[in-house]
Ligand binder design. Sequence first.
Ligand code: GLU
Length: 513
Amino acid sequence: MSTNEREVRVRFAPSPTGPLHIGGVRTALYNYLFARQHGGKMILRIEDTDSQRFVPGAEDYINEALAWLGIGIDEGVREGGPYGPYKQSERRDIYREHVKMLLDAGKAYIAFDTPAELEAKRAEVPNFQYDASTRGSMRNSLSLPKEEVDRLLAEGAQYVVRFRIEPGRDVAVDDLIRGRVTIKSDILDDKVLYKSADDLPTYHLANIVDDHLMKVSHVIRGEEWLPSAPLHVLLYEAFGWADTAPAFVHLPLLLKPDGKGKLSKRDGDRLGFPVFPLEWHDPKSGETSSGYRESGYLPHAVVNFLALLGWNPGDDTEVMTMDELIAKFSLDHCSKSGAKFAFEKGKWFNHTYLQELPDSELAELFKPVLEAHGVNPADFTDEYITRAVAMVKSRINFVSDLWEHARFFFTAPTEYDPKAVKKRWSADMPAIMTALADLLEGEDDFSCAALEPKVLGWIEEHGYHLGNVMNAFRLTVVGECKGPHMFDITELMGRDETVRRIRAGVANIKPAE
Ligand code: GLU
């Protein structure tokens, strides 16, 4: 069914088993872009049916991460919506009812095999699979007499409900990126759909029932779910929902930046980039994993970077606003093959977006960094911080880099780069710098336009070496021989601070031998 005929409704369906991985964020983003482009709805469904793997805090983390990135949700646990609840653990009645529908229709059956019995079977039969060829030799409602089944149920024996998959069928999965993939039903096992022990369905049943009831039109998810798709096709059929089954879209894997294989947390640790959107504190291990937010990334830089990992706009445009991404996104330009996680590109996006921020906003972002380094931002005017930031921003990839490049605007140097001292602080320099300080002390106009010709003229008049004097001057003010244009610095710092620093340099810099 084409998108023209049906309201686009997509869902992001994470399991709250830990922090949302960056690959999950990309899945959420593509769902969001697709929904917005088609004027459809974006659902956030929490798939928490695996009580063993539930991690406290994970659901809040998911909400916070999506909100930070600007991935809006139309229907969900917090947002509400017409097809709730949107948390699977609150939908037990619905699943129970649907399990019964399959049982009544003979499409599923009850199995009493204990974990120990299954284990023994697996040990006895190599590559054992619970399916049409083996289910007759197992303890289930197809192999046992009805009285026995009733007796076991009446006794409260634990059981699971299994999907009855018939062999000899070709199962076709139509994927909007990959085309048609056909498999033989014989390779599928009779998947467990429900467990009486915790009165909860498994992922497969809950996922299919919810996609149907929530009127999902497109299932856009990671490639790792492709192997489940044939089973899902058969489940839609078993329920009689094949006509309204959603279209499948399996997104390519995110791969290691170097070498082969799937991107893992270890790659991030090894190469020094986060694999999670936000910092995560693992409640069990106490371990902290770094996040893009805390590492100084702007949310839209992360969004833009992720958007291009598996999709391209059809030309070489790279920098796109959210609205542009929404307008340009297309499944036709999603790739089948995995996307290398080129994290250096992520830094480049961050650099690019930082340049686009108004200087005053960058200054605000810099204030906490100043504080962290023991500088009270209130000691400076907003204009001062803004102008300092503007002078160095072209050199930064992260807000935190501002400290390295702009620190001297906020604290006078206490140390001087030894290499620069060796090269520039000749024996005659203290006297020349003292004369420069005397000269500057008498200047009222510290604007770059006024001061630059004045100082350059003075240097020439005395026959000094321009490079040596200017570098020594810079050394006293900055502490090293790099940074923005010297007279832009002095314009901002003003006369008193400049003169103070030159005199401090004269007092403190020990001339090289
Ligand atoms: N709960 C699954 C997950 O954690 C959802 C997979 C799907 O989208 O069908 O990714």
